[in-house]
Design a protein around this ligand. Sequence first.
Ligand code: G6P
Length: 369
Amino acid sequence: EAIEKGGYDHFMLKEIYEQPKSIADCLRGRLDAKSGRLVLGGLRDYMNKFQNAERIIITACGTSWHAGLVAEYLFEEFARVPVEVEYASEFRYRNPVVGEKDFIIAISQSGETADTLAAIELAKSKGATIFGVCNVVGSSIPRTTHAGSYTHAGPEIGVASTKAFTAQISVLAMMALKLGYQRGTLPENKYIQLLHELEAIPGKVEQALKTNDAIKYIAEEYKDVRNALYLGRGYNFPVALEGALKLKEISYIHAEGYPAAEMKHGPIALIDEEMPVFFIATKDSSYEKVVSNIQEVKARKGKVIAVVTEGDTQVKALADHVIEIPETHEAFAPLVAVVPLQLLSYHIAVMRGCNVDQPRNLAKSVTVE
Ligand code: G6P
């Protein structure tokens, strides 16, 4: 096992550090920005269905569902197709309206999640086209879907998903760019620019991993808290959900993720000097709004820890701690911004003596209802 961990103390840490490579592996052979090439083999026979779909329905569970939320923003922004993101467990039991014009994307690391499989069967029986985004080659979901793209992240052993999440977003981002280009909603020059941006992500993730020492210091300071709030807007809202999920899964600290603007409809009541609030506050179209949300937290004496874009000054002046990551196009920010949050959860869990790779009550793949 020590050999399999490749010198890391835990699989989770190894998998976090593998992300520059796993994302690059996922993009390799599919994307070449210089020549403007973007090919997803699995889509070839289904491109027509995909392009003409009246609606995309994404179904998944857990972290994969968070990747689906990021994809909703990507598909709607670049391809202008309506998207719904459904928890597989809800979708299968609520008599959903679904039919032949719908393109279903099922996301699953393991390819074995029972609820996701059942959601697929249901949509299939109603005539929808089903596309899988899975990591484990030859697992049940890729075998029941019409087509799909593997994430090629390599085996993920830690129960808390890390590299599978970023690989899922990478595949979904390629799908969104392809669809936008084919549908004519994404002009060629913008499309090419985005291909370059996506290609640059592995290097930026590598940079983001260099925040590790600073994060350890922050982890030391907050490891004993009982609650935590994670806030983000736009593309960073799903990152807030994922950051909170990572913390609760492995450190057993109660954590909630929220869209930052929703704070005033509930979570703001919880804020006092004991409450750490983790903001994902990278430079994007909602940056100024996030800055005012940070001010609202500070006015109530909450502790603010913010993931910011390198060179940021505004948030830095307000926050108790900042973690700087490289600038990215906002659509791909989740791929980089999630990395420090993964590291933070990891260090806090280790400091609390938790079983990081096998947290209590959780399973890597949930094959029962
Ligand atoms: C379990 C795992 C999570 C995972 C979820 C969905 O809860 O612990 O890490 O996100 O299942 O699994 P899947 O394999 O379908 O992505």
